[in-house]
Design a protein around this ligand. Structure first.
Ligand code: HEM
Length: 406
């Protein structure tokens, strides 16, 4: 199988779902070669992805679980062995991960997420109000992009005046614009770290009602997060919370516009929206892959994997596995049960922001469906540029039109 899963250009025309089906049927744990990191195995079936994700004893997240550091680690050393990414929560193994996550959970409570509801509603309406005099826009850059950026800023406590600066650094550091050089990314990452560090010092001295203050003062069994861990968590949130949710909103909206019968089912009974969002998460799978590394000689689906070898969990393939879902290539906005793996396949790293992403998506989809009339895709979807990534699936631009905004 010649599919180059670590190469972002493989996903340039969209997720290769036909190839994934072939892998699931004929080579579910397939061997591939990365030019610098050596060989790795791609895991295509739902059951195998679940097994790996839930066994953190056999499978490590170190040095980090991101599929290709060349394009995604702005502070990488370049040889795949190290870089800033290895210091993130998502790169840690138990027991260190367990301790860190417990501390972070002190601030990331369901209550703190629920308290954001009114601000999210106001923000979504403000974004749509700003388009009132228009009849067209770019779904990504004018609409979907802004909500997740502001929500993370609201949650963490970035003052309004600093947001343009922080958003620009976020885009440069973690965005998938192929024209941004490694040097520019590195500089932006350093500037973001410096900003985060300043914020931490500020909150240590003078706590406010924001997540950074709660985390700066949180204590579990006599231990606190270090200034470094706090700044790195700020960086992780900027990345994990923005690109992902943006692409759920964009690709989810486009998928509904392409399936008017399913869109109508939601319009007819908007109370099904939470179930529909789970189906959109399955169908569009914003995070396509993550890696793990074997801590012992082991096997997956009968294929032997040696100590130290890497595996790539193909969430996008698992979510279309006929063995786990009936008619997986169709959207059914009332699908239940729906054991999708869009937020990860269980285990200690399951997405920390899942409930926040669900809340943002619910408010955004509900508002889009009620306020826009005559919403339509403007052009041929197949020609819209996609993000340049082997990790995140989505569009870089997506023109839409409408007849009125109420
Ligand atoms: C549609 C939106 C989102 C998707 C599809 C998504 C997907 C994921 C996935 C696949 C993982 C890895 C799970 C694993 O390895 O088991 C993850 C981890 C994580 N996500 Fe999300 N995510 C989304 C939104 C968010 C948001 C809004 C935030 C923050 C506010 C967030 C914060 C995190 C963090 C901190 C982790 C690492 C957790 C850990 O290592 O313990 N995510 N996410």
């Amino acid at each position: 199988m010649n599919l180059s899963l670590h190469d972002p250009t493989t996903f340039g025309a969209g997720v290769p779902y036909d190839e994934f089906r072939r892998l699931r049927d004929t080579d579910p744990v397939s061997r591939h070669t990365h030019p610098t990191l050596g060989s790795y195995y791609a895991i295509a079936r739902h059951a195998d992805v679940l097994a790996v994700s839930r066994d953190s004893h056999t499978w490590s997240n170190q040095p980090h679980p991101i599929p290709d550091i060349g394009t995604t680690d702005p502070v990488a050393s370049g040889d795949g062995s190290n870089g800033g990414l290895s210091e993130l929560l998502i790169s840690k193994d138990p027991p260190e991960h367990t301790k860190l996550r417990k501390l972070i959970n002190r601030g990331f409570t369901p209550r703190r997420v629920a308290d954001l509801t009114e601000r999210i509603e106001a923000r979504v309406n403000a974004i749509i109000d700003s388009l009132r005099d228009q009849r067209s826009c770019d779904l990504v850059t004018d609409l979907a992009l802004w909500l997740p950026l502001h929500v993370i800023a609201d949650l963490v406590g970035v003052p309004e005046d600093d947001r343009a600066h922080v958003f620009e650094l976020t885009e440069l550091t973690f965005g998938f614009d192929a024209t941004v050089t490694a040097e520019q990314r590195g500089e932006a990452a350093m500037a973001m770290y410096a900003y985060a560090d300043g914020m931490v010092r500020d909150r240590l001295g003078e706590p406010r009602d924001d997540l950074m203050s709660v985390l700066a003062h949180a204590e579990v069994e006599g231990e606190k997060l270090t200034d470094f861990q706090l700044a790195m968590f700020f960086m992780l949130l900027q990345n994990a919370g923005s690109e992902t949710t943006r692409n759920l909103i964009t690709t989810g909206t486009l998928a509904l516009l392409q399936h008017p019968d399913q869109l109508q089912r939601i319009r007819d009974d908007v109370s099904i929206l939470p179930v529909a969002i789970e189906e959109l998460l399955r169908y569009v799978t914003p995070v396509m892959t993550f890696m793990r590394r074997a801590t012992v000689d082991t096997e997956v689906g009968g294929v032997p994997i040696k100590l130290g070898e890497r595996v790539m969990m193909l969430y996008a393939s698992a979510n279309r596995d006929e063995r786990a879902f009936t008619e997986p290539d169709s959207i059914d906005v009332t699908r239940t049960p729906n054991e999708h793996v869009a937020f990860g396949a269980g285990g200690p790293h399951f997405c920390l922001g899942a409930s926040l992403a669900r809340l943002e998506a619910k408010i955004m989809f509900e508002t889009i469906l009620t306020r826009f009339e005559g919403l339509a895709i403007d052009g041929d979807l197949a020609t819209f540029p996609r993000v340049h990534s082997n990790l995140i699936d989505g569009y870089a631009n997506a023109p839409i039109t409408w007849t009125s905004i109420v």
